[in-house]
Design a protein around this ligand. Sequence first.
Ligand code: GDG
Length: 461
Amino acid sequence: MSRLVVLSNRMPLGPDPSGGLVVALRDQLTAVGGLWIGHDGEIVETPAPALQPLDGGPFERKGFDLTQAEHDGYYLGFANSVLWPLFHGRTDLLDMQGDYLTTYRAVNRRIARMVAEELRPGDRLWVHDYHLFPIAMELRSMGFDNPIGLFLHIPFPSAGDCHALPDVGLFARWLAAYDLIGLQSQRDVAAFRDCFASVEGARVAPDGTVAHGGRTVRAGAFPIGIDAAGFAAIAAQQGLDRTDAPAVGEHLIIGVDRLDYSKGLPQRFRAFGHLLDLRPDLAGKVSLLQIAPPTRGELAAYQDIREELEQLSGHINGQHATIDWTPIRYIHRAVPRERLAGLYRAAMIGLVTPLADGMNLVAKEYVAAQNPEDPGVLILSKFAGAAEQLTEALIVNPHSPDEVAQAIVTALSMPMGERRKRHRAMMHTLLRHDVEWWSDGFLSALDAAAHAPAKPVLRVV
Ligand code: GDG
C-alpha cells in the first residue's frame, strides 16, 4: 500500500514540542499513520549509515544524526544564517560563509540516500521546509519517480531577494524537481511566480505552473491550520477566564513567540511603551505578558535580539512600573501547552505582530482558546500569512507604534457584541480550515500533480 512518508528537519521528540511544524504534523500523522523521518537530535562523531528507528510515539519514526560540522554548516549555517533571514526579508543579517552551501548540499545528499533505502514504489514523500530543498533533486537523480511534495512553512522571498541567494539557478532546479510546492498564502504564490519569472531558462505558464530544466512544478496556497476544536477544548478545561485576569493585571495582553527577530518583539515592546506614554490612565490596568522561549541561541543575531528585549523591557518597566504593577512580564522559557491555552483564554488581547511570518499559529490558537460568550480581541500583523484568513482581527502595521497602540485602545473598549461577531467569524474559518483540511488538501493536490502532469492544480483559497 502506498504510504505517506514525511521528512522534516525536526521531529517530535519530547512530550511537549513547541515548534509550529511539529505541532501541526503530530496531529496529522497520528490520525493518518505513516513514517516520519527527521533529525533525532543527536550530534555524533561518525553518523550512522542508515536511518535509526525511534521507540515510542504514536506513529513510526526514523531518525538521522548529524556531526558537529554538519550541524554548524547545514543547520546553523546555510539554513538559519542564509535561508531563514533571506526568506524573512532580512538580507542585512545574511552570513554567507564559504562552506555553508557545500555542507548543506552534502547533508541533503546523505539524507536523500538514506530516505532512498526506505522509499517503496508509490510512496508519497512530503518534505517540509527550507532545510531540505535539494531532497527531490537528489532522489530524481537516483531514478525515483515517486510523488514528492514540498511544503514551505516560511514566506517565499521577493524576486529581488531570491537573487541574493548564492546560486539562484540551483535554487530553481531544487524546487523544479518537486511535483508540488505548497505555500502558506496567495502572497507567497505570487512571489514564487515572480522569482521563477526572473530565473533564466524558466517558463511560468499563465496558471502559475513552472517549467524548468525539463520538469514541471505546480505551486499553490495551502494555509496551515490547527486542531481548532481540540485546542478550544483544552483551553476551556483550564478553568481560567477573563474574571481571573485581575490576578495578572486588570487587562492582560498576551504575546507568545519563539525569540526570533522575525516576530517583531522589540517593535511590540516599543508600541506598548508608547501606549503607556500616551495613556497614563492605563497604568495598573493593563499588562503585557510575553512568553518567548529560546531558539537558535548559538547564533549572534539571536543573542542580539535577546539582549535588546531584556534592555527594552527593563527600560519600559523602569519608567512605568509601580509597587504593585509590572507593565511587561517577559518570560524567556517555554510554558506547557495546556497552561498556554488557559493564558490565551484569560487574555483580553492576543498581540501577534511579526514583521514577516509564513502563517503564525499563535494567532489561530489565541482565537480558538477564547470563551465564545466573552471573547478577547486578536491584533494581527498584516505581514503574517494568517492575515489573509483572519480578516476580522484588528489588522496592523507592526512597524507603527501608533497603529499598534491605537489597536490596543480599540480592543480594550470593543463592545461585547462586536467581539462576539468577530470571534464567531474567525472561529468558523478555523474550524472549516483546520489542520486536517490543510493536509488533505495538500496531499490530494500532490496526487493530482504527480499523476496528471498536464492538468494545472493551482489552488486559490
Ligand atoms: C513556522 C513558521 C508557521 C510557542 N511558545 C511556546 C509554545 N509555542 C508554540 C505555539 C505555536 C508554535 O509554538 C509557534 O508557531 P508559529 O506559527 O508562531 O511559528 P514558527 O515556530 O516560527 O513556525 C510559521 C509555522 O511554521 C507552521 O507552518 O505558522 O509562520 O515560521 O504552536 O503555541 N508552545 C508551548 N510553550 C511555549 O512556551 N507549549
